[in-house]
Design a protein around this ligand. Structure first.
Ligand code: PLP
Length: 396
């Protein structure tokens, strides 16, 4: 007999995947150019030249038994040192290789942290709108996910609801900024307030409440907005990073966890991360791509196209009457749907206009829909008249 819970996860696709698959099928009928797919967050900008050059240089010049061989479970020493240095240069931190654990993208980073932390009865809090996979990751580790409702005016943290949801069972808070799906970047004020509450509540319940910072979109921020580096505000922070978006390498599955030395019982915390990686089989992230990101630690793909797309979509849609909080980063827009039921709204957009949008319900925020704009700018330009027709169906 299989595990019922796990079987359910394997059988039912996520809504995003279902819409994406629908688009592929529909494209075979009406042609790819007539489908306006804003469903999935697959970067459409190529990895930077540095990635290609580094791969070739490594493959042509280095010992193949080392390129493809095992590294230390927590990752190659030189790679971790190089990433630590790049973080220190950018964020004025003091990391060394001993603060880093190389992983297989952000999904693995989060799962390892949860595995390292969870005891029976533990609860994790996150803020709507949130990345739906958190529920799988938390429940997979044996924890319970508590979702704080969104502040839909700003998509910053709804602190009144947050404080009500913290209990003696709270093990950690999962934050994601720049955010998928709202695109919002948490301000420094938000982070300071969050850190203050966590310090107070850790004291009250006499155990640390950790922060898990899921930040695959860190570098994708616009208008010079600063994305605060959370270990500088709260010592008990695990940073879960991925190169999927910043270097456009989602298929290569590479990222890392930072465990800052200031964390309470640092040595035990780092050992627990190693244990989490071991139990989940996430030891030794892919060797070749460890080396690549070690050498391209300061590079990013050309993310300027995302800003162009954000401006076009945000300005275009708000002019048409859609209501939306202006995103400061990532590559998502999260407007209000034009009818209360976002699922019905997205169904209409899909079936009448071939606009593939994702309802906010799965992100814990009904009445909204997500547009992923890591697409060709020309797709947005051609989609605008359809968004106009869709708006006219409602805003007569
Ligand atoms: N966290 C968020 C908020 C994401 O949007 C994604 C992917 O889209 C992930 C985690 C997973 O990233 P990775 O591909 O690095 O596992």
């Amino acid at each position: 007999m299989f595990s019922e819970e796990i079987l359910k996860l394997g059988t039912k696709k996520s809504t995003i995947r279902e819409i994406f698959e629908y688009g592929k099928k529909r494209a075979s009928v009406v042609g790819k150019e007539n489908i306006f797919d804003f469903s999935i967050g697959n970067p459409n900008v190529p990895a930077p030249q540095c990635v290609k050059e580094t791969i070739l240089e490594i493959v042509n010049n280095e010992d193949p038994t080392l390129i493809h061989g095992y590294t230390s479970a927590q990752g190659d020493d030189d790679v971790r040192e190089s990433i630590a240095k790049s973080l220190n240069d950018r964020f004025d931190t003091k990391f060394t290789k001993d603060n880093l654990y190389m992983t297989v993208g952000a999904a693995a980073s989060i799962s390892i942290c949860l595995k390292a932390l969870t005891n029976v009865g533990d609860e994790y809090i996150t803020f709507a709108p949130y990345f739906p996979e958190y529920k799988c990751f938390v429940e997979g580790a044996g924890g319970k996910l508590i979702v704080v409702p969104a502040d839909i005016e700003t998509f910053q943290i709804n602190f009144i609801e947050f404080e009500k949801s913290i209990t003696e069972h709270t093990k950690a808070i999962i934050v994601n900024s720049p955010n998928n799906p709202s695109g919002i970047v948490y301000s420094e004020e938000t982070i300071k307030k969050l850190a203050k509450i966590l310090v107070e509540k850790s004291k009250e319940y006499n155990h640390p409440i950790y922060l898990i910072s899921d930040e695959p979109y860190r570098e994708i921020a616009y208008d010079g907005v600063k994305v605060p580096y959370l270990t500088k505000y709260y010592n008990n922070t695990f940073v879960c990073y991925s190169y999927s978006k910043s270097l456009s390498l989602p298929g290569e599955r590479i990222g890392y966890i930072v465990v800052p030395s200031e964390m309470e019982d640092f040595n035990l915390a780092y050992a627990a991360i190693c244990g989490g990686g071991r139990v989940l089989g996430y030891v030794n992230a892919p060797s070749l791509f460890q080396k690549v990101v070690g050498k391209c630690a300061t590079a990013t793909a050309d993310i300027s196209i995302y800003e162009t797309n954000r401006n076009l979509l945000y300005e275009g849609l708000t002019k048409l009457g859609y209501k939306c909080v202006k995103p400061g980063g990532a590559f998502y827009l999260f407007p209000q749907s034009l009818e209360a039921d976002a699922k019905e709204f997205c169904k209409k957009a899909r079936e009448k206009y071939d606009l593939l949008l994702v309802p906010g319900d799965d992100f814990g925020c009904p009445g909204h829909f997500r547009l992923s704009y890591c697409v060709q700018t020309e797709q947005i330009e051609r989609a605008m008249p359809l968004f106009e027709k869709l708006a006219k169906d409602y805003l007569k």
